[in-house]
Design a protein around this ligand. Structure first.
Ligand code: 5GP
Length: 205
């Protein structure tokens, strides 16, 4: 069995992370996606415990105090974070655990554990992002502007990542991600013990 490891995937809102991840999961049975916790409201069709754990601000803060979060960050007006426990278990089982997180959380994780593989999913253009966000029709015009402003600043930090994956065509993006995953599998030592010792980190935008 290969060693489990953590793979971070970031990318601006509307870059197509969910589509790419869904396609990746159908091609690769050893990858599991971590379910994050958030204080944002569910979008139509989103399911609690599948897309996110949707919680109140108070519940989220309780988890921070109890040291249950591997990392967390404020994005827009909401908290987002990664519950630590399942990740520890999955990496021990040899799984590739994918964290779909924004740049602050990603850079905190990379700072602590340089072995973690980080990837940035790059949209073909900011114009394409706006189009996708508008077509998705799940955010107000004001929220779309806020997300595009965050996107520009995220793109400027994309060079901090180990890999930049351009999402022009989903199948090509997935193949490129899989190539990196396969390179990592079996090559790395089991670092799950040192990964889970340090206290959680926080970042604010
Ligand atoms: P959305 O509201 O579109 O679902 O997510 C907004 C942003 O938060 C996305 O960039 C997403 O990747 C990021 N995000 C989701 N879960 C987490 C998490 O657990 N931690 C951090 N730091 N960011 C997250």
């Amino acid at each position: 069995m290969s060693s489990g490891f953590v793979l971070v995937l970031s990318g601006p809102s509307g870059a197509g992370k969910d589509t790419v991840i869904d396609a990746l999961l159908t091609k690769d049975k050893d990858t599991i996606v971590s379910i994050s916790m958030t204080t944002r409201k569910p979008r139509p069709g989103e399911v609690d415990g599948k897309d996110y754990y949707f919680v109140t601000k108070e519940e989220f803060e309780k988890n921070i105090e109890a040291d249950e979060m591997l990392e967390y960050a404020k994005y827009g007006d909401n908290y987002y974070g990664t519950p630590m426990k399942p990740i520890r278990e999955w990496t021990k089982q040899g799984k590739t655990v994918l964290l779909k997180i924004e740049v602050q959380g990603a850079s905190k994780i990379k700072e602590k554990w340089p072995e973690v593989c980080t990837m940035f999913l790059m949209p073909p253009s900011v114009y394409a992002l706006r189009q996708r966000l508008e077509e998705r029709n799940t955010e107000s015009e004001e929220e779309i502007e806020q997300r595009l402003a965050i996107a520009r600043s995220e793109i400027s930090r994309s060079y901090d990542y180990d890999y930049i994956i351009v999402n022009d065509r989903v199948d090509e993006a997935v193949d490129n991600i899989l190539e990196v995953i396969n390179r990592y599998r079996g090559m790395i030592r089991d670092y799950s013990e040192d990964v889970f010792e340090p206290a959680a980190t926080a970042a604010e935008s």
